[in-house]
Design a binder for this molecule. Structure first.
Ligand code: GDP
Ligand code: GDP
Length: 436
């Protein structure tokens, strides 16, 4: 099920990032255990009334050095393209400005649900300031105070009420959905085209699935695949593409719908910081991952160069140690045949279930091999484990006290599970729970 997307739009200083931070709580500042994976500040996950959604602070997206008004137009357009519901934020202390009216005009034409938040209404006496905002034409203005956390509940009730019923989106469980992410120019569109020219057997739409404009079907060896084409989403052209945050946002949207994410790296230019960041998103989202080293035609290819490049990839992407690496050339089609099988394997592992008894045999062997750690004189006791979810495979280990389950011991158990069951291409999660 696709998560709904909420975007916050408004001119600078109305309080967009304050509200954004409120809605995402601590999540945003979480830094992964692995260095180098920090969450972006323009896109994060929020939750209200147990509904999870993704939220974009468009104020964090700057496009070139355009003047303010143009920036705001771009930001509004991005919100219109990407969001299911838009929060239009204004400043109750300052009243309506020309810039507010400009944004209002764009939003008005969009046919998207708009919820008007009047921020900086820090106390009840200030509520009378909201009335003038009726004239913007978006219905009831919601008085809120981002810094005091007031009024957000009512605003969010309204936002959530406009969510499309994404539960109706039908996904064919047997179909493997995959997307390609990576820096501009790594060869995403080239690879999509090459795959389609080489591999496509069936082009027809599949019954009972929701089709998005950017989806393409292919069928190979009795397996259906859908390519979610991020590169093909370039409908707004160059000006947006140049923006790192915007391309990240697009990638995130595709990741959301994918089973498997292909993380593309350019063999010619090598690994860059941005590659790690993009890959970090796919990892954080718990998707299966295949690392694709594209433009392999530009490198003198032999066992040695491949090994050397692999070492670089492993060093650069330590958090993706489970991801297989495929070397190929979208241009010459060299080694292209290795791609689809890797996607299939990663996807199967992503959905794999391990029976509880088999799992516990492995856990018990692991315990025998490496005694559990102690903390302040107390020893971790592991009672049993069970797999609670797939995509990604998630395990709960029942213990005497979760505090005693040190990160490194968890890592040890993860390695043992991987050794035994071979979860190539998928992250796995392990949670320690107290056994009642
Ligand atoms: P953005 O540019 O729209 O993202 O705005 P910010 O979130 O950065 O906020 C701009 C300024 O307004 C900051 O100094 C905030 O502390 C302040 N601010 C945000 N929300 C409120 C609020 O509800 N009441 C008051 N009085 N100030 C606020
Ligand atoms: P995107 O921005 O990630 O979609 O990248 P494109 O598919 O537009 O490719 C960017 C550039 O890299 C183009 O000039 C492509 O012709 C070139 N390119 C893509 N794949 C390969 C490849 O495998 N080998 C070489 N030598 N060039 C490639």
């Amino acid at each position: 099920m696709r998560k709904s997307v909420v975007a916050i739009v408004g001119r600078p200083n109305v309080g967009k990032s304050t509200i954004f931070n409120r809605l995402v709580g601590e999540r945003i500042s979480i830094v992964d255990d692995i260095p180098g994976v920090t969450r972006d500040r323009v896109y994060a996950q929020g939750e209200w009334l147990s509904q999870q959604f993704n939220i974009i602070d468009t104020g964090g997206i700057e496009i070139g050095d355009e003047p303010l008004l143009q920036q705001m137009r771009y930001q509004a357009e991005i919100a219109i393209d990407e969001a299911d519901v838009i929060i239009f934020l204004v400043n109750g202390k300052e009243g309506i400005t020309a810039a507010d009216e400009e944004v209002a005009k764009l939003l008005f034409k969009s046919n998207k649900p708009i919820v008007l938040g009047v921020n900086k209404i820090d106390n009840p006496e200030m509520r009378e300031h909201i009335y003038e905002f009726y004239s913007l034409g978006f219905g009831i203005p919601y008085p809120i105070s981002g810094s005091h956390g007031l009024g957000l509940g009512d605003l969010l009730d309204e936002v959530v009420s406009h969510f499309p019923n994404n539960g109706d989106e039908e996904v064919n469980e047997d179909t493997i959905y995959f997307s390609l992410i990576g820096r501009p120019n790594v060869g995403k569109s080239s690879l999509v085209n090459t795959i389609l020219n080489e591999e496509r057997v069936i082009v027809s739409e599949m019954e009972g699935t929701t089709r998005e404009a950017t989806d393409t079907y292919l069928h190979k060896e009795s397996q259906d695949y859908v390519i979610i084409d991020t590169a093909g989403m370039r409908k707004r052209g160059k000006v947006y593409e140049s923006t790192e945050k915007y391309s990240v946002l697009r990638a995130l949207k595709a990741i959301e719908r994918s089973d498997v994410v292909l993380v593309l790296i350019d063999a010619e230019t090598g690994i860059r910081e941005q590659d790690k960041k993009i890959a970090g998103y796919a990892h954080d989202a718990g998707r299966a991952i295949v690392i694709v080293v594209n433009k392999w035609d530009t490198v003198e290819s032999n066992e040695k160069t491949m090994k050397e490049f692999e070492i670089k990839v492993r060093a650069g992407f330590q958090f993706l140690d489970y991801a297989p690496i495929v070397f190929l050339s979208a241009k010459t089609k060299k080694r292209l045949h290795t791609l689809i099988p890797s996607i299939k394997v990663a996807s199967e592992n992503h959905a794999k279930r391990i029976p509880t008894n088999v799992l516990n045999d492995v856990i018990m062997d692991a315990l025998a091999m490496n005694p559990t750690p102690t903390l302040k004189g107390r020893r971790l006791k592991v009672l049993y484990a069970t797999q609670v979810a797939v995509k990604p495979p998630s395990f709960v280990v029942f213990v005497n006290d979760p505090e005693l389950m040190h990160f490194s011991y968890k890592r040890f158990l993860e390695n043992k599970i991987r050794d035994a069951f071979g979860f190539v291409g998928t992250p796995i999660q392990i949670f320690a729970r107290k056994r009642q």
